[in-house]
Design a protein around this ligand. Structure first.
Ligand SMILES: Cc1ncc(COP(=O)(O)O)c(C=O)c1O
Length: 410
């Protein structure tokens, strides 16, 4: 088995050479689902990951799940019992979140370009709206007055620093996200008298970061920035969302995130800065990928095996239309293979180097580039790991008209 597979798959068990998800052999699971390809998410791994995060972070930290990572309703229902809040980014995600037992006042709605209709739904639901611009504040005020409800608001701030080491940076420089830190006092002045229920601040500086020290640095800079901004706030800061950005390992050379270092940094920040200066603040860490990414597998069946001028191709019934990120076409600068394995020969040694390609008519549809695998036959199941976050939800399912894949939570 190649090393990339080893690092990412040790959490999943195997029985008689068949990969287990949720304790079920995947060939049996495929029979239960009735079709391939499909996504399978492991409940136990999700619960375990949340416990690990809770154990590492100070007890006072509220853990929020970023629904964008995986909005499957059943997963969200499970998550509602495990975390303290949900972050949503559209009316669709809001609707799924509100269908769980999570209280509305623990749901926050961030994202640029919220429409008036979305603002109306959010105000009526009673969730916290994270304002992304002065214009959004004006529209929210109107909606709030029409409904006669003082909307719960927080300001999303575009910080005056950028985080190092993030796969995706959402702060520093010009951004469509949040209100520039230097413009925040003026917007806060507008919040006063607008009849809105001011909660606090949200700063999300980046995503997919494996460097704990740079996450710690961003958290320290975030707290200092909020302490400065709080002087202009219309009331006590009751909500302080420090973002997240915890990364997971996609390639063999990725090192796992040092969670303990982040926990210690947060404990220090809480004790020495937040508790003293912002005693009323509910401090939130917002995570998507880190909570669910490693708990998901995309399972797709080999439908053809062919040679072309010295290269062996395994052609599967899935592809980038379901799992775009694994093909390297979802924001990656350099394409790297996601961990991949023959799920129905999971204990066999690697015997050959193959290209695993999807069923779409495009050379972009590459799930494994020159990967070392046991010799797979037509009918074998291929597992693409790290598929629990930004898998189906971030894929162009309509492309080329194939059916959408089922998802199961087991
Ligand atoms: C505002 C906000 N919150 C949370 C997330 C989730 O990030 P991740 O899934 O990497 O934890 C993102 C991702 O872009 C985001 O923009």
């Amino acid at each position: 088995m190649p090393t990339a597979t080893m690092t990412a798959t040790t959490s999943f068990g195997q029985m008689n050479g068949i990969l287990l998800v949720g304790g079920i052999p995947v060939d049996r699971l495929a029979a239960r689902v009735g079709t391939t390809p499909f996504f399978a998410y492991d409940r136990e791994l999700i619960a375990r990951r949340v416990s690990e995060v809770r154990a590492a972070l100070p007890a006072r930290i509220n853990l929020s799940y970023a629904v964008k990572a995986n909005p499957m309703p059943a997963l969200l229902a499970q998550m509602s019992a495990l975390v303290d809040g949900f972050d949503v980014a559209s009316s669709g995600e809001l609707a799924v979140a509100l269908n769980t037992p999570m209280p509305a006042n623990r749901v926050s709605f961030a994202g640029p370009g919220k429409t008036d209709a979305e603002l109306r739904q959010a105000v009526a639901a009673g969730v916290t709206i994270e304002l992304e611009s002065a214009n959004e504040l004006a529209r929210l005020r109107t909606v709030s007055e029409e409904l006669g409800i003082g909307a719960r608001v927080a300001l999303r701030v575009n910080p005056d620093f950028a985080v190092r080491g993030a796969g995706m940076t959402l702060g520093g420089g010009p951004q469509q996200f949040g209100i520039d830190a230097e413009g925040v006092p003026a917007v806060l002045a507008e919040v006063v008298g607008a009849g809105l229920d001011f909660q606090g601040f949200h700063i999300f500086a980046g995503s997919q970061n494996l460097r704990a020290e740079s996450i710690c640095e961003a958290q320290r800079a975030t707290v200092e920035l909020v302490l400065r901004l709080a002087d202009a706030a219309p009331g006590p800061v009751r909500y302080l969302n420090l973002g997240g950005g915890f990364g997971i390992q996609y390639a063999a050379r990725d090192r796992p995130l040092e969670l303990d270092m982040i926990g210690e940094n947060l404990a220090d920040l809480l004790e020495n800065r937040v508790s003293r200066e912002l005693p009323a603040a509910r401090v939130v860490i917002e995570l998507g990928r880190y909570l669910v990414g490693e708990a998901g597998v995309y399972l797709t069946r080999v439908v053809d095996r062919k040679q072309s001028r010295g290269t062996t191709f395994l052609v599967v019934d899935g592809g980038l239309h379901h799992q775009l990120a694994a093909s390297g076409n979802f924001g990656q600068v350099i394409r790297r293979n996601y961990p991949i394995a023959v799920a129905t020969r999971f204990d066999a040694a690697a015997e050959e180097t193959v290209n695993v390609v999807g069923c779409l008519c495009t050379p972009l549809d590459l799930l494994g580039d020159k990967v070392s695998l046991p010799s797979a036959r037509i009918g074998d199941l291929i597992a693409v790991f790290q598929a629990g976050a930004y898998g189906l939800t971030a894929s162009p399912t309509a492309f080329l008209g194939h059916p959408a894949p089922p998802e199961v939570l087991v």
